[in-house]
Design a protein around this ligand. Structure first.
Ligand SMILES: *Cc1c(COP(=O)(O)O)cnc(C)c1O
Length: 405
């Protein structure tokens, strides 16, 4: 048994008792570290640039997560001194001891966001403060240090200025950013980490659907559970992902592209692979409803999910709900012709339409666009996709899009 997480500071204890998320992080970090720096400051950023910049790949040849830009952002932290000065330095290997705690107990959390190039050539981020807030929530759950998200965004903007030639242009193209936080302490003891490293790497990538939407099929997994009440399914911690690979491979072997994660006897819907899940249907009361599972601690609070909910509510055309829905109910809706669309949502794809779900021995078909049999996306998924992309690429003005000056 691993020892239970002890909440060492009054601020953290209070914070957990309140069930709140963000408010007390910085004061907790400060009291834990005495006079240590509770956050790093973009104003103190140091740069050492590469003398051998890499050639750019033709953008059509980019494979997701395979190519990395010239530089990375890195900030070190220790309990004694708190955060150090942020550094931009050449992309390259980390040197870590084999005993390093990240290798043994999965002391790791991460984020994923993209930098887009708009029609005027400017670089834009999409709601980056949400990624930073979520990273602090993930860090807090691993008892890793938190930081001021606004300072981190300023540092990321500077990385983007340095590596701006790595942001490809064109709809669908972007520079994927991967903020990562790891414990770096060289000890096998299962306890709080006393040193950590935050780094951000950048990977140019192309459209998720290079030839237009491609609707996917899902395998409803009745054996493996991705997340559970009281677990860490709502945090982007690396430990959530390695155990999903084998179930995913088994689903693929059976001819399905992604896992539909469920929980409980009625198979309550959770997520699709590493995406949030949306069901659009005529519900039991006969209303048109867009529904996604609520943030009850088992669901990753996606930035795309949140954005879709806000957009759909502003359109005010269908009922929008965050509530539990079971696969049993969806299967019944399919049999009764009430199912309209299912799609996954996340930064990588924006939306991924679903055309089929395997559940308890049979396939349930999901309509795409009844008006157009050739279409690979339902009208609602297509509208969400177009609207979010227009905002991300700066074609539609929105407070969500942040320009990197
Ligand atoms: C990252 C992630 C999502 C999507 O989050 P976005 O912020 O929209 O990219 C959904 N589910 C899981 C499990 C994830 O890891």
């Amino acid at each position: 048994m691993l020892p239970a997480l002890r909440l060492a500071t009054p601020a953290l204890r209070r914070h957990h008792a309140l069930g709140g998320l963000r408010l007390l992080h910085l004061s907790a970090a400060r009291s834990a570290g005495g006079g240590a720096h509770a956050t790093f400051q973009a104003a103190t950023l140091q740069k050492s640039l590469t003398t051998s910049p890499k050639p750019l790949k033709p953008k059509e040849d980019l494979v997701f997560g395979h190519t990395f830009s010239d530089h990375m952002l890195a900030v070190e932290w220790t309990t004694r001194d708190g955060w150090g000065r942020p550094q931009i330095k050449p992309y390259g290997p980390l040197q870590l001891d084999p005993s390093c705690s990240v290798f043994h107990y999965a002391f790791e959390c991460f984020e994923g966001l993209k930098a887009y190039r708009d029609a005027a050539g400017k670089i834009r981020l999409f709601r980056p403060e949400m990624n930073m807030a979520r990273m602090n929530d993930s860090a807090s759950r691993l008892y890793l240090p938190q930081f001021d998200g606004a300072e981190a965004i300023e540092c990321i903007k500077e990385l983007l200025r340095v590596d701006q030639r790595w942001v490809p242009d064109g709809r669908g193209y972007s520079l994927y950013l991967r903020p990562t936080l790891i414990a770096t302490e060289n000890t096998l003891g299962v306890h709080r980490a006393h040193s950590a490293l935050l780094y951000v790497i950048a990977s140019p990538c192309g459209p998720y659907f290079p030839t237009g939407f491609k609707a996917i099929s899902l395998y409803c997994d009745e054996t493996n559970v991705r997340a559970w009440p009281g677990g860490v399914g709502n945090r982007k911690v690396g430990a959530n992902y390695a155990p999903s690979i084998k179930p995913q491979a088994e689903a693929e072997r059976k001819g399905y592209q992604q896992i539909l994660w469920t929980i409980g006897e009625d198979h309550e819907l959770m997520e699709v692979g590493t995406m949030n899940l949306f069901v659009y249907w005529r519900n039991e009361a006969g209303e048109r409803e867009l529904v996604t599972p609520p943030l009850d601690g088992t669901i990753l609070p996606g930035v795309t999910r949140d954005s879709i909910l806000e957009l759909a509510r502003s359109w005010d055309e269908v009922k929008v709900s965050e509530r539990k829905v079971s696969m049993k109910q969806v299967a019944k809706a399919s049999d009764e012709g009430r199912l309209l669309e299912i799609f996954g949502a996340g930064t990588a794809c924006v939306v991924t339409p679903v055309r089929r779900v395997f559940y308890q021995g049979r396939d349930y078909d999901v309509p795409l666009d009844p008006a157009n049999p050739e279409s690979q996306a339902g009208p609602l998924a297509a509208r969400v996709y177009e609207t979010l992309q227009a905002i991300q690429y700066g074609d539609k003005p929105s407070k969500w899009s942040v320009v990197v000056d």
